[in-house]
Structures are given as structure tokens and as C-alpha cells.
Design a protein around this ligand. Structure first.
Ligand SMILES: Cc1ncc(COP(=O)(O)O)c(C=O)c1O
Length: 473
């Protein structure tokens, strides 16, 4: 039942907006729940349709709800850690929401996509087609390494766009980086015990290899990616790298270093794990071919994902194993079943085979280029000479380096959150070296250009207030 508080002096559309937002955040309205139509809610509340429409538009713009053509408005899925901490076991309602609970209007998460960009209708069509055509297949377990037709499409795509040389039989369809590495770690544990990784770097490899009893060796990163001199001084024989767009700092490893890295692996009998997570999203210059293509017969494991361009919620990624490791994989994982739903794999196969993947890719590159340009422009406008940007030109995030900053990261994140701006701690990507307090990771995938600008502006205000009002322009 929708009761608007008459004592509340906010405009009507704002009251409706706030009421629904609270219902969503408290879990009273669950993801995928259908909202009353604009017409019905306007009748129920005796307000104009425009008023309801305005409230719904605002909720849409902020990602709380979305519209489906000719169907209506639905509650969107919101990442759980964006939710304020509501107790989940009580019948919490909007009435019990604490006054100081902060919602997030500007989310700089580094790995979220544009909420409206998933090709919903096309995906549904292809999915339904698969259901009709492949219904018999649903009675069986699919291929353990992943559907062959999908692996064939992935192989063709990797060869065309990343210079990867492999056969479909070397590809394993996985459900994300964590899944690939969880397969890889026990395979490598037979002959290796020390795992080197970029520092800063992604937290998943660190967690997976630690859980498989590897000793971890953090290797610092410089403007050319992982520091090869440091790597050579360690006794590690496995290294995890992101050479085409170092995560999180964004550096590109030059070809000379790639060749040196390959040399290192050959000399120590080592294995390179190349994570090419966002190679599709390069906005300046030409795409950088993958390291694997420089030495396809070498011990290079290549991992890639559909999370950056299609959807991180689908949980579909892939790993290319060199033949030497493929044999071990087949031996060790003989009894295992595939981790990705056959229907999702078949749908993705159709999506790729019919040319939609390349089309979607081109479209997304444009969408994210605009957002990338918007954040760069906004930083230049609001921060001017008070900051500079590291790692621009690719992916879904940049690093903002604050000049003369004396604030610590925790304080900055806390203050930003007070203004409904969510920052992701760069320090969580460091294993050993402390994150420079002056660096802030800013993802731009999930916000509109306008929201990006508002978020950067608020961040600048937060920083100026902490650092001294004189910096506010
Ligand atoms: C460095 C890195 N690798 C891989 C991924 C993709 O992981 P997944 O395929 O599990 O979604 C991400 C996502 O943000 C990432 O930042």
C-alpha cells in the first residue's frame, strides 16, 4: 500500500521517488518485481500521470528500476554491497530505515557496466530459439570443456582480434577469472610452488593461489608493467600479468618487455598467466595484440572474459591452455562437469556466430569511449592542475593522482560516501606496497556522462574541503 506522508513538504514526485527507492533498498521490493503502471499509480495516489512518470524516470536514471518496452517498470538488480546495511532477517521496512543511512548516487565501481547496454531483447530471442532447438540437450551434461561450437567461435574471435594462435580444443569455457584460476592452480601445483603477481594487481589471483598453498611473491609495477628485473630475482616460476592494460594502473607492457618475459619463462621452466580482461575496450590508438600470439607454443595461459563488454552477471569467460597443460587438465579434471549453463553457452554461440558480438563490441566501444572522454574532461575541468590521470585510453576505469594530497584513502572514501559518491579502495589491490594515498581509482562504466561529471564535481568538493577551502575554484 502506497501512503504518502502529507506532512512531508517535498514535491509529490520526490515523495514517490523516495518511497519506492526506500522500498527497493530495504528489500521490500525485490529485483524483477513489477511496479504499478504509471496510470494505476497515478489513480491510486490521485496525482497526475506526469508526477508518477517523473518519479519513475528519476529511479530509472539512477538504476533502481528499468523499463521494458510495452511491459512496464521493473526493479533492477543492485549489487549487494551498494546496499546500506539493512538487517536482512527482520521485516525491515522503509519506516525503520535509519536516518543516517547513505545511498549511492554516483558509483565509481571499476567493473560495472552501463545498465541499459545489455541486448535484452536479442538475448531473449536467441535464448528462446536455443530452448526450442536444443531441448533434447537439456537431458544431458554438456561438454566438460564447454560447448564446442562456442569454443570454435571464441577461437576465431581471438585469432582475428587478439592475434591468439590456438585450437578450439585448447579452450575451456569458464565462469569467470576465479573459475579459470581454480582449475589452473592445482594443475600448476604439481611442479610449482611460488606464484608471482603484479603489485598492485587483481585480488582474485592472490586469493585463489593462496588457497591452493602457493607462496605469493608481489612484484612492483612500473610504467612498463611488471618490473622484470624484480621478477628475475625471485624464485617464482609462475607469473600472473595484465600486459595490455595493467590492472589497476593501466600501463601497457611494451613488446620488448613481453619478449623478455617470454624468455624468462623459457629459462626458468615457468608459466605466464596472461589476463587480457578488457582488451576490447581501447579508445586511443590500435589494439595491442596479446602476448600469447608472440609465442603460441610457449607456456602461456591466456584468460579472457565476456564480463567487460557483455555482462559480468552472465559469468562466462574462457581460458586457453598450452598443450602441455591441456594434457594435465584432462587427466586431473576427467570427472568434472562444465561450470557454465549449456543454454547460456548456446545463446552466446548464436550471438557470436550471427555477428552480433562484433556489432555489440563496436557499439560498446563507442558507449564507453564517450564515458571515458566525459570523465577525463570532467577531471580536467574540476581538478585542473590539482590532479592528473594515470592509465587513460582503455578499459572502464582510470586512476586519479591528486597532487599534494594529505588525506588518507579511508577518510576520502568515507567523506565521498557522505555525498553519495562511492569510491573503490585502490589499497585493496596492493599486496605488499602501500597504496599511494594520493591515488584514487575511478570506474566510469555504470554512470551516464552527466552523472560522471556530477560525481567528479562532488569528489572535488570533498577533497577541497578536506585539503583547505582555498582549492575550490
Ligand atoms: C584484472 C581483471 N581480470 C579479470 C576480470 C574479469 O573477471 P570475471 O571474468 O571473473 O568477471 C576483471 C574484472 O573486473 C579484472 O579486473
Amino acid at each position: 500500500m502506497f501512503i504518502l506522508d502529507n506532512k512531508d513538504r517535498q514535491p509529490l514526485h520526490k515523495k514517490i521517488y523516495s518511497h519506492i527507492k526506500k522500498q527497493i533498498l530495504s528489500g521490500e521490493l525485490l529485483p524483477a518485481a513489477k511496479l504499478l503502471s504509471v496510470k494505476n499509480l497515478s489513480i491510486e495516489l490521485s496525482v497526475s500521470r506526469n508526477t508518477v512518470e517523473y518519479a519513475y524516470q528519476q529511479l530509472c536514471a539512477e538504476g533502481y528500476i528499468h523499463s521494458k518496452p510495452r511491459s512496464g517498470y521493473y526493479v533492477s538488480f543492485i549489487e549487494p554491497d551498494v546496499f546500506p546495511a539493512y538487517p536482512s532477517n527482520s521485516i525491515t521496512s522503509a519506516r525503520t530505515v535509519s536516518k543516517d543511512t547513505k545511498t549511492i548516487s554516483f558509483d565509481f565501481h571499476p567493473a560495472c557496466l552501463s545498465p541499459e547496454s545489455f541486448p535484452v531483447n536479442l538475448w531473449r530471442k536467441l535464448y528462446v530459439e536455443c530452448l526450442k532447438e536444443e531441448s533434447r540437450q537439456l537431458a544431458f551434461y554438456g561438454n566438460q570443456q564447454g560447448d564446442f561450437a562456442l569454443r570454435y567461435e571464441i577461437q576465431r574471435y581471438l585469432s582475428r582480434s587478439r592475434g591468439i594462435s590456438c585450437d578450439p580444443e585448447q579452450i575451456i569455457v569458464c565462469s569467470g577469472l576465479q573459475d579459470s584460476l581454480s582449475i589452473l592452480a592445482p594443475i600448476l601445483r604439481k611442479n610449482h610452488s611460488s606464484f608471482a603477481m603484479e603489485d598492485p594487481g587483481h585480488f582474485i589471483p592472490k586469493a585463489v593461489f593462496r588457497n591452493h598453498s602457493f607462496s605469493l611473491t608481489p612484484i612492483p609495477v612500473n610504467s612498463e608493467g611488471i618490473d622484470l628485473g624484480c621478477l628475475q630475482k625471485t624464485d617464482s616460476t609462475i607469473v600472473y600479468v595484465t600486459p595490455s592494460h595493467q590492472f589497476p594502473l593501466g600501463h601497457v607492457m611494451p613488446v620488448a618487455n613481453r619478449l623478455r618475459l617470454i624468455d624468462w619463462a623459457e629459462n626458468v621452466g615457468g608459466v605466464i598467466i596472461e589476463d587480457d580482461y578488457d582488451s576490447e575496450l581501447r579508445y586511443l590508438g590500435k589494439p595491442i595484440p596479446a602476448l600469447q600470439g608472440l609465442h603460441p607454443q610457449g607456456n602461456i595461459v591466456y584468460v579472457g572474459t565476456f564480463s567487460k563488454v557483455l555482462s559480468p552477471a552472465l559469468r562466462v569467460s574462457y581460458m586457453v591452455l598450452p598443450y602441455r597443460l591441456l594434457d594435465v587438465y584432462r587427466e586431473m579434471f576427467r570427472e568434472y562437469a562444465a561450470n557454465v549453463s549449456l543454454l547460456d553457452q548456446r545463446t552466446l554461440h548464436k550471438f557470436m556466430e550471427q555477428g552480433y558480438w562484433e556489432q555489440h563490441l563496436r557499439k560498446m566501444r563507442n558507449v564507453y569511449k564517450k564515458k571515458h572522454d566525459a570523465i577525463v574532461e570532467s577531471i580536467q575541468q574540476h581538478f585542473a592542475s590539482q590532479a592528473h590521470i594515470i592509465g587513460q585510453g582503455a578499459g572502464l576505469h582510470i586512476i586519479l593522482e591528486l597532487i599534494g594530497n594529505s588525506l588518507n584513502e579511508e577518510e576520502l572514501i568515507y567523506r565521498a560516501q557522505e555525498r553519495e559518491v562511492r569510491l573503490f579502495p585502490l589499497s585493496s589491490t596492493y599486496l605488499h606496497h602501500n597504496a599511494a594515498n594520493s591515488q584514487v581509482m575511478l570506474g566510469f562504466g555504470s554512470m551516464s556522462s552527466n552523472e560522471i561529471d556530477q560525481g567528479v564535481k562532488l569528489l572535488h568538493q570533498v577533497w577541497c574541503l578536506q585539503e583547505g577551502v582555498s582549492k575550490i575554484k
